[in-house]
Design a protein around this ligand. Structure first.
Ligand code: NAI
Length: 315
């Protein structure tokens, strides 16, 4: 029978989320962390998160929270963690040399046909895997945080990644209820962050040039664009705003291009504009000392939105 074991390397924020996602799909997860104390913290936190998910009605899969919890085991031995696993999800800090050295250790003890997958937010797969002997078994699987409530997950292969690694990674993510997005080739920042940083760049310029306040940029996003973007992308928005995209182009292409040509180049974040935005965000979200309260406010809304969308997907 094919292995049902998945190894998770690093039991911080993302390692815990991936562990919970994998057990929700019926897999056995073995977690390794270089800091043994982190595993104990992770175990407690996972139990409390599983309880919360159950209360919210968002526990995934057909297993009870007790069964899911029991299917995660913890080890202080990397080889034991990786041994027999068909999929290895690395979730250690975002440092290139650290990731390279950990994958060099992993590939020595893994099954030759296992998949090595990295959670990296921004490191190119070719950079992490270029020196590996089994670099053809490597792929990036970049989640959106928090993965339970924001399921989009970027799958980014290097040019040498085997086709079956890509197919199996996408299939696994779908099976556990994530929304995989396969990039056809690697690019700096992947897709989610390129879009996010394009928004940061344009809003930065608009605030710097005194066109709009930071507070009102938030209104544009949360009460305007974001209302649609919670369930459709920019191109479906355009498609529906006319009679299809050719009609959209006939009506708006000249106007849009005229505005796009006005865009100013990005500026590195810092200086006076940053002070203005900091004050604006203090008005919106309260002082930095009290951010925990605001984070809980955000998380309650994310949960409500996830439930709304889960209900609507059944329509
Ligand atoms: P974290 O700091 O919460 O957890 C990292 C864990 O790795 C810690 O428990 C640490 O003890 C452990 N660790 C350090 N060196 C290790 C080693 N050599 N072997 C095994 N374990 C080791 O970090 P977080 O936020 O979970 O991030 C992990 C990865 O996920 C990073 O590459 C990050 O860029 C990426 N990511 C993070 C997101 C976020 O919002 N936090 C979102 C998407 C991706």
């Amino acid at each position: 029978m094919a292995s049902k074991k998945i190894a998770v390397i690093g039991s911080g924020l993302i390692g815990r989320s991936f562990s919970m996602l994998f057990v929700s799909g019926g897999y056995q997860v073995s977690v390794y962390d270089v800091e043994p104390a982190q595993n104990a913290v992770a175990k407690d936190d996972i139990w409390s998160q599983l309880n919360k998910l159950e209360e919210q009605g968002l526990l995934r899969g057909s297993l009870s929270k007790e069964q899911q919890f029991a299917n995660i085991t913890y080890t202080e031995d990397l080889a034991e963690c990786v041994n027999g696993a068909f999929f290895i999800q690395e979730c250690i800090p975002e440092r290139l040399e650290l990731k390279k050295s950990v994958f060099a250790k992993i590939e020595k003890v893994m099954s030759p046909d296992a998949i090595m997958s990295s959670s990296t937010s921004a490191l190119m797969p070719s950079l992490i895997s270029g020196d590996l002997t089994h670099k053809n078994r490597f792929v990036v699987t970049h989640p959106t945080n928090p993965p339970f409530y924001a399921p989009a997950t970027e799958v980014v292969p290097a040019s040498w990644t085997d086709a079956d690694v890509i197919e199996k990674t996408v299939a696994l993510l779908k099976e556990i209820g994530q929304a995989p997005v396969l990039l056809k080739k690697e690019i700096n920042g992947f897709v989610l962050n390129r879009i996010q940083y394009a928004i940061l760049a344009e809003t930065w310029n608009l605030i710097r040039d005194g066109i709009v306040s930071p507070e009102d940029c938030d209104v544009i996003m949360s009460q305007g664009l974001g209302m649609r973007y919670a369930f459709m992308g920019p191109w479906e928005t355009a498609y529906l705003n006319a009679d299809g995209l050719h009609s959209y182009s006939d009506r708006y292409a000249d106007m849009i291009y005229g505005i796009q040509k006005d865009f100013l180049p990005p500026e590195k974040i810092g200086g006076e504009t940053l002070d203005v935005i900091q004050r604006g965000m203090e008005n919106v979200a309260g002082p930095v000392e009290n951010l925990e309260q605001r984070r809980q406010w955000r998380d309650r809304r994310l949960v409500a939105l996830a439930k709304l969308k889960a209900g609507m997907n059944k329509e």
